[in-house]
Design a protein around this ligand. Structure first.
Ligand code: PLP
Length: 523
């Protein structure tokens, strides 16, 4: 069997060539290269290293030594580098173009942050190093904690959670600890219908029953329905503000007051803090715990680009239940407060979220972002994020149904629905066609309260020219979907793969690679 330079074999066919152009021998389309699996291009008998055969010493494994090859594909270094570089070119990235994924805040990651994060004093340290050798890193955590508490108007912050969802769990565990400390066994958490899936998942994971709070017609929490439901069995509400319809919950203070009067606590999903940073302090709205996605609001690379980080800010009522460890400023520098050093003051801490101290690389980037923007710059982040989203909303509301457009401006994301598309055309068709236009699609079919939702979040880092080009592309696709252009149903035409069977992929994922001969024999 022959493997050519790109790893293509005749039986793989020219799967990507359904776009009308002539089939190519390699299956490549110009500079878009086909790339099989590592196991398909590597030979089990090869090695990428040139080493002499060693004379095996006598085995002392008592007959338990490996009898067969472990089946790792062998490739040379250039073959390996090309494999991963080719795969990386099949990916979309914020460094390639606008990434309108609603709720995910895919903003530009300033290169200054990267420079700071790579400084050896931050990048090359170990979490078990003696504390007096990492004073600078601890000071970064301490300073970032200070600014997060200041920006949110809260009382304290737990820095260690490693993503938004992890932060939600941290907040709900603190709420549970506070309730248990007063002998309270409340068992229900209320979550709005429009919530991100992580909210009900967190509440259920922490052992609570989840009940929905309905939304009003204008896309906000129904305060009257919430008040009606509050009672001695309700432990907390989890509210996203601005919410996932891109709207500010104007009744937030009234909601918090009602929840507190009923003896429950307020969790705020702060994933959308980007829209209000520098303008609104959640602490002033009666919030008891809120996670901040550093990777969204404070521009640390995420998704395929890097890990998240989800510090949780707490009100005074929850502070003593917060997890360890945290950094404290003492007379002789910065100290880590751990179980052994916590003392009575933190005896009520519910425990730990992680083994060490959190995502150091994200802390340095987020602090660099905060300090380089300054107070005025952060306020402008929120204002420009909202301006850009409204520009998109108003530029497209004549061609796409915008269910909440009549109730005023949106916050940092614009929401559209599939109402008005031609019979048989869906949000999926629009998303797939956007891929041909060179864009990662917007968030679709979320939030669930909007039928066929398309949630577009441009962020503040896009220029008007970039927004205009995106608006033009979405407008053209939307017009085709309204006119019933059948060609849309075949999109994407220019992607490495066309439409996949997503249901099959989710229900019957193929997670094991078998050698083709074996796979054929099994059939
Ligand atoms: C992103 C997001 C989350 C989850 O955050 P992760 O960091 O992805 O775990 C929760 N809620 C909302 C509204 C979000 O947008």
């Amino acid at each position: 069997m022959s493997i050519n330079q790109s790893g293509w074999r005749p039986e793989m066919g020219n799967s990507g060539n359904g776009c009308g152009g002539p089939a190519t021998y390699t299956g490549n389309r110009a500079l878009m290269l086909e790339e099989p699996l590592l196991f398909e291009i590597g030979k089990l008998s090869n090695t990428g290293l040139d080493i002499e055969e060693v004379k095996a010493p006598a085995s002392r494994l008592g007959g338990l030594e490996r009898k067969a090859d472990i089946g790792l594909p062998g490739l040379s270094e250039p073959e390996t580098v090309r494999h991963y570089t080719r795969l990386s070119r099949q990916n979309y990235a914020i460094d390639l173009g606008l990434f309108p994924l609603g709720s995910c805040t895919m903003k530009h990651n300033p290169r200054l942050n990267e420079r700071v994060a790579r400084m050896p004093g931050f990048a090359d340290i170990h979490p078990l190093q003696p504390v007096d050798t990492v004073q600078g890193a601890l000071e970064v955590i301490h300073q970032l904690a200070h600014w997060l508490v200041t920006l949110t108007g809260m009382h304290s912050v737990a820095m260690s959670p490693k993503a938004g969802a992890h932060g939600e769990l941290c907040g709900i565990l603190a709420i549970r600890a506070a309730l248990e400390a007063r002998g309270d066994t409340r068992s229900v958490i209320l979550v709005p219908e429009s919530a991100h899936g992580t909210n009900p998942a967190t509440a259920a994971f922490a052992g609570y029953k989840v009940e929905n709070i309905p939304a009003t017609k204008d896309g906000r929490v129904d305060l009257a329905a919430l008040q009606e439901r509050l009672g001695p069995d309700v432990a907390a509400v989890m509210i996203t503000n601005p919410n996932t319809c891109g709207l500010f919950e104007r009744d937030m203070k009234a909601i918090s007051d009602a929840v507190h009067a009923a003896g429950a606590l307020v969790y705020c999903d702060g994933a959308n803090f980007n829209a209000i940073v520098g303008r609104v302090r959640p602490g002033d709205l009666g919030v008891d715990a809120m996670h901040i996605n550093l990777h969204k609001t404070f521009s640390t690379p995420h998704g395929g680009g890097g890990p998240g980080s989800g510090p949780v800010v707490f009100s005074e009522a929850l502070t003593s239940f917060a997890p360890l460890p945290f950094v404290e400023k003492t007379a002789d520098g910065f100290a880590l407060v751990e179980e052994e050093t916590a003392g009575e003051h933190h005896a009520r801490s519910f425990g730990r979220m992680v083994a060490f101290h959190g995502q150091m690389g994200m802390f340095t980037r987020a602090l660099a972002y905060i300090l380089s923007h300054g107070a005025d710059g952060l306020k402008q982040v929120a204002e420009d994020a909202v301006l850009n989203a409204n520009y998109i909303l108003r530029s497209l509301e004549d061609v796409l149904d915008a269910p909440f457009a009549a109730s005023g401006p949106c916050m940092h994301e614009a929401i559209f629905s599939d109402a008005g598309l031609a019979e048989g055309f869906t949000t999926l068709d629009i998303a797939k066609a956007l891929i041909d236009e060179g864009y990662h699609p917007m968030t679709m079919y979320f939030p669930l309260v909007v039928h066929g939702a398309m949630l577009v979040e441009p962020t503040e880092t896009e220029s008007k020219d970039t927004l205009d080009q995106f608006i033009g592309a979405l407008r053209s696709v939307a017009e085709r979907a309204k006119a019933g252009d059948e060609a849309l149903k075949g999109a994407p035409y220019y992607a490495p793969r066309r439409r996949l069977d997503e249901t099959q992929a989710a229900r019957k994922p193929v997670l094991v690679w078998n050698e083709p001969q074996q796979a054929e024999a099994a059939e």
